[in-house]
Design a protein around this ligand. Structure first.
Ligand code: EPU
Length: 421
């Protein structure tokens, strides 16, 4: 299996360009199933989750071409299949968006339960609640979810989610676009990729308002037409490079970002001692002095993202004093990387939802294993900041979500290479 070899201890300098957002892309590609005509989607990240999703759509009968780098033209007009390939579906998490998209397009779906990063129990009861509220009859087993119209047919409905679930919000938006009547999602998730999906669907002719607030309204339309859309930059990829500079030191211009999306991350890194300068669509981050301890609690957007928990933990591991890191979205997420960081010299005590991180003078290289995408990114950052050589194994997790990580880090002066064993 391939792994990364990192010779750490070198600061990062230069410019890095952020790719399109993974979590927007994995919602927008299935959304193309709802569109009668060709969608040209730009700024699509070339990552394994996106490639799997395109294979699934291709096998379902979608016509997909990539006329240039990071551009995908997809036409799902002739798709008839409502049962996507189960083996491919199980390879990633966001394949569950096929449920909402197929329900919206065909009124039925038979989709295997998804796989992906299993850093916590990840139920989909809120997705099911949404489908049922829209009038679907749901057959859920340990293997698959099958949806078809219930006795009263599919219709718009007011749905109050029990928590602001990103996945349930996306799935209900997808299902509701072509269903007659008005659907209202209360306690909707507000993440940037929710807004991006709504903007994509509206560009294709949907009538969605309120995305980015707690209440999203979707007025069903008869059809969606093709069009062109560019995916937003990846908030978490940008945050990961910023955390890498904070941990390893240096001076990097992070370009192709939406600084507003980064506020919750930049303010914490600045509090810890990084200097952050916002421009219109880029951010300069400089770290050349000592790091200070911090208190961080992950929360849904606009709070500090759970997907940045592991990366900021590495910064805390190198800061003066004892930092407190509390996870409020996925309680078990610490287990994916804290033991690995400890093998590199970090000092972390976990008590339930909180990790107390006592800063150390420095980390040292070790052989560590990525257990999920963001945990893997954190181990790369730790390897860059550490003295000596670090080997990061199970990098397929990292390649799910980071486009050209080795190339981008190398351009910043990192000594990292991908080794095929
Ligand atoms: N939840 C339920 N029932 C549900 C849905 C969610 O109890 O039906 C709970 C979850 O267990 C969790 C919380 O609600 O405690 C939030 O889950 P959410 O549904 O918001 O997460 P998700 O849709 O499964 C997306 C991202 C994750 C990111 C979370 C939180 C995608 C494809 N995935 O997951 O991204 O961590 O939102 O922001 O958008 C990643 O990119 O590495 C990643 C894991």
């Amino acid at each position: 299996m391939a792994r990364y070899e990192i010779h750490g201890g070198k600061p990062l300098n230069g410019t890095v360009t952020i790719s399109g957002a993974k979590n927007a892309a994995v919602a927008i590609l299935p959304a193309a199933l709802l569109v009668s005509g060709k969608c040209r989607i730009e700024n699509v990240p070339n990552i394994s989750d996106v490639r799997i999703l395109m294979s699934i759509l291709d096998r379902m009968g979608a016509k997909i071409v990539s006329p240039e780098r990071n551009v995908v033209e997809i036409d799902c007009s002739e798709v008839q299949c409502t049962e996507p390939d189960a083996d491919l579906v199980k390879k990633m998490r966001a394949s569950y968006y096929l449920m909402g998209a197929l329900l919206g397009r065909f009124g039925k779906a038979h989709v295997a339960l998804p796989g992906g990063c299993n850093f916590a129990s990840r139920p989909i009861d809120q997705h099911i609640k949404g489908f049922e509220a829209l009038g679907a009859a749901v057959d859920e087993t340990e293997e698959y979810v099958a949806l078809e119209p219930g006795e009263d047919g599919l219709h718009g409905q007011r749905i109050c989610l029990d928590m602001a679930s990103v996945g349930a919000t996306v799935n209900i938006m997808l299902a509701a676009c072509l269903i007659p009547g008005q659907t209202i999602i209360e306690t909707a998730a507000k993440e940037p990729h929710i807004v991006d999906l709504a903007n994509f669907l509206n560009t294709m002719g949907a009538r969605i308002s309120g995305a980015g607030t707690d209440t999203i309204k979707i007025r069903g339309v008869n059809s969606l037409q093709g069009g062109t859309y560019a995916i937003i930059p990846d908030q978490i990829e940008a945050g990961t490079y910023m955390a890498a500079v904070t941990a390893a030191g240096g001076n990097v211009l992070v370009q192709n970002v939406i600084p507003k999306h980064m506020d919750c991350i930049t303010s914490k890194l600045a509090e810890m001692g990084a200097k952050v300068i916002n421009y219109d669509d880029s951010i300069r981050i400089i770290r050349n002095g000592p790091l200070r301890k911090a208190v961080v609690k992950t929360r849904p957007y606009p709070g500090f993202p759970t997907d940045m928990q592991a990366q900021v933990c590495v910064c805390m591991a190198l800061a003066n004093g004892v930092s407190r890191l509390t996870e409020s979205v996925y309680e078990t997420r610490f287990f994916g990387y804290c033991t690995e960081l400890e093998s590199m010299g970090a000092s972390i005590k976990i008590n339930g939802k909180t990790a107390m991180v006592t800063g150390v003078e420095g980390l040292h290289g070790a052989t560590v294993c990525a257990h999920d995408l963001r945990a893997g990114a954190a181990l790369v950052i730790a390897g860059l900041a550490a003295e000596g050589v670090t080997y990061v194994e199970h990098i397929h997790f990292i390649e799910r979500g980071y486009e050209h990580l080795v190339r981008k880090m190398t351009a910043l002066g990192a000594d990292i290479r991908r080794i095929e064993d």
